[in-house]
Write a protein that binds this ligand. Structure first.
Ligand SMILES: NC(=O)c1ccc[n+]([C@@H]2O[C@H](COP(=O)([O-])OP(=O)(O)OC[C@H]3O[C@@H](n4cnc5c(N)ncnc54)[C@H](OP(=O)(O)O)[C@@H]3O)[C@@H](O)[C@H]2O)c1
Length: 408
């Protein structure tokens, strides 16, 4: 792992609290769409002796989930259940106090996630989530980063398809390029996947909150220390035909470029002057225009509260794509990196991004924080900063491909 500066310097916590915590990992929101998939992933992949528990607000649902897990994994018959409700902050503090790592799928995070981040920061408990909400991440930075650095908690947001393939993919690409020189990396995302009720609700929430999102970003900039002697930026990109990947490239205003930029600010390995641009790659021009129009239309409709409520009711929390639909889904993020006279083409790819692979990423991120030897960082940190090499190796072993396609 390269040295890091500017973000996340803290006392770290590695394995030091094992003795005074009841659980290594608590999975909160285990009964939701991604929560169930993550519980199934942990049931199949948790190393022997790992002390983990499933948590949620409905004990009956947790019991039924435990029975389902035990049908395939008999050891899960004794899996502990933790009762916690977002509406009861004391229950969140108790849960955080008993765990070394809390992994949460309870979103939209701006609505349901704030108290849990506070509880984990105060208790020195590591935290991973699936948020793609920039406003939430910026608010949590301003309110809890300093406390987490003091207590040693690692607060790692966006540990699903947002933003692990992009963050670790950019990290992987940078490591194929020379050190100590200006670097340029472009990421191009392709997928055929569909989404769940929880994700749809989070997206609608975000579309409706442009001004608040910008205010939170401004507030963060006021609090965040500047990087001295290096530059790392992710400017808004313009649509273009990208001959290097043979596709139309549409700027993708997700949280991913912000995450990559934060990793680049924190890690010297990204060089003295790093730029990242983030795109959706679309094969044909009509498809590109159609996709941009549909997203623009959804964003416009989300500004009108009754229309937003109607849209929300179309896809309910807990709903999501079927197992058959997920089995046909795939994603690919291709990166083109340049610097020091070298050009490299890399790719991160896998199966259903939003659910099966997201559950795998969240599960592996929680296991990585609980089990692996990691750099001594604390505070709000990205996946690359907290777990870069170890999590990349875990995901590769779990079937997510990181490859160098070509270099010149
Ligand atoms: N980053 C990514 O790539 C990615 C991918 C997929 C999903 N996501 C995000 O992950 C989140 C979950 O998605 P999903 O599809 O799994 O949503 P979901 O099916 O609606 O699940 C939400 C979970 O939150 C729980 N919950 C709701 N209110 C609660 C409360 N007051 N106290 C405790 N628990 C509460 C629900 O519990 P009950 O079962 O009791 O209702 C359920 O377990 C969303 O924010 C979504 O945007 C991100």
């Amino acid at each position: 792992m390269t040295s890091q500066n500017g973000n996340g310097n803290g006392n770290g916590n590695g394995k030091k609290r094992a003795a005074d915590r009841t659980y290594d990992i608590v999975l909160f929101g285990a009964t939701g769409f991604v929560g169930v998939l993550t519980a199934q992933y942990l049931a199949a992949h948790a190393p022997e002796g790992l002390r983990w528990a499933i948590a949620g607000r409905d004990t009956g649902k947790l019991e039924r989930l435990r029975e389902k897990l035990a049908a395939d994994h008999p050891a899960c018959a004794e899996l502990p259940l933790v009762s916690a409700d977002v509406a009861d902050p004391k229950s969140l503090r108790e849960m955080a106090g008993h765990a070394r790592v809390v992994a949460t799928t309870v979103g939209p995070y701006l609505t349901y996630g704030q108290e849990l981040v506070a509880a984990c920061a105060e208790a020195g408990t590591d935290y991973v989530d699936l948020t793609g909400e920039p406003e939430f991440v910026d608010l949590m930075y301003v309110r809890h980063d300093a406390t987490a650095r003091e207590t040693g908690a690692r607060l790692v947001h966006s540990c699903g398809f947002d933003s692990i393939p992009h963050d670790l993919g950019a990290y992987f690409t940078v490591r194929q390029l020379p050190e100590g020189v200006p670097l340029r990396v472009d990421g191009f995302v392709r997928t055929n996947a569909t989404f769940s009720g929880g994700t749809f609700a989070s997206a609608l929430n975000q579309f409706a909150r442009g001004p608040q999102m910008m205010a939170a970003a401004r507030d963060r900039r006021r609090h965040e220390p500047r990087v001295v002697g290096r530059k790392a930026y992710a400017p808004p990109a313009a649509p273009r035909y990208a001959g290097e990947v043979g596709a139309w490239a549409l700027p993708l205003p997700t949280i991913d470029p912000q995450v990559v930029q934060r990793s680049a600010r924190a890690l010297d390995r990204y060089g003295p002057d790093f730029r990242y641009r983030h795109y959706a790659a679309v094969k044909t021009l009509p498809f590109a225009v159609g996709g941009a129009t549909a997203v623009g239309g959804l964003a416009a409709v989300a500004q009108v509260p009754p229309a937003r409520r109607w849209l929300s009711s179309r896809l309910k929390p807990g709903d999501g794509p079927s197992e058959q639909r997920r089995a046909r889904s795939w994603f690919s993020v291709r990166f083109v990196g340049e610097g020091g006279g070298k050009r490299v083409f890399t790719e991160v790819s896998g199966g259903d991004p939003g659910y099966d692979e997201t559950a795998k990423m969240l599960g592996e991120a929680a296991l990585c924080l609980a089990v692996d030897d990691l750099p001594p960082v604390a505070g709000q940190v990205t996946s690359a900063v907290a777990m870069g090499d170890a999590l990349t190796a875990r995901l590769q072993a779990a079937g997510i491909r990181f490859r160098v396609a070509a270099e010149r």
